[in-house]
Write a protein that binds this ligand. Structure first.
Ligand code: AMP
Length: 211
């Protein structure tokens, strides 16, 4: 099964992707996570990507397409995967087509912009294992440390309010057209992101027939 999660930054793609990943037994591939690792490791790619990411802009298509192609060639992707944060442009979606990858379902999580701005301010992530939390909607056990690995939770640099607005503008301009792109193929399902995480999860599992 090959699944794409679409949706604005902070809509809950990463969280739902992780839950589906556990249920379906296929890995989640997140270009954002791969890029943040490169930044942490101070690789040439990471250094080049950091200022773009911190400014709410996209990393060039060629760069992310290459990263993704490399990742998909690994063994754990043989039985399918979930793409979280890729494609983000029509050119990236066309690159998947060129690679001969047939996507089964695209889950589009819809959340209004104002809700996103409030949500992202409370998002926290684990620098150790990459798990994501929210101070109100999805807190870790003690609220400060990762429940999984115990590292102190941090806020992403690109979750600052001014960067969030920029990321939303970029999303509407470059990524939202993908809804139509996949709608035309009859594989798009839109799930309205709910207040309660469990409610969004139920809708997502239903959309993917994983209940
Ligand atoms: P995410 O963790 O998916 O929110 O990604 C964080 C940031 O990484 C984005 O705001 C972009 O700057 C960059 N990024 C992640 N995935 C892509 C992609 N597919 N294309 C271009 N830039 C990306």
């Amino acid at each position: 099964m090959k699944i794409i999660f679409l949706g604005a930054p902070g809509a809950g793609k990463g969280t739902q992707a992780e839950l589906v990943s556990k249920k379906a037994g296929i890995p989640t591939i997140s270009t954002g996570v791969i890029l943040r690792e490169a930044i942490k490791d101070k690789t040439p790619l990471g250094i080049a990507a950091k200022s773009l990411i911190d400014n709410g802009q996209l990393v060039p298509d060629e760069v992310v397409i290459e990263l993704l192609t490399e990742r998909l060639s690994q063994d754990d992707c043989k039985n399918g995967y979930i793409l979280d944060g890729f494609p983000r442009t029509i050119a990236q979606a066309e690159a998947l087509d060129k690679m001969g990858i047939a996507i089964d379902k695209v889950v589009n999580i819809y959340v209004a912009d104002e809700t996103i701005i409030n949500r992202l301010a409370g998002r926290r992530s684990c620098p150790g294992c990459g798990a994501t939390y929210h101070v109100v909607f999805n807190p870790s056990e003690d609220g400060e440390h990762c429940t999984g690995c115990g590292a102190v939770l941090t806020q992403r640099d690109d979750d600052k309010p001014e960067t969030i607005r920029k990321r939303l503008t970029v999303y509407h301009e470059l990524t939202a057209p993908l809804e139509q792109f996949y709608e035309k193929r009859g594989i798009l399902v839109t799930v309205e992101g709910q207040e309660e995480l469990a409610d969004t999860t139920a809708l997502t599992m239903k959309a993917l027939e994983l209940l």
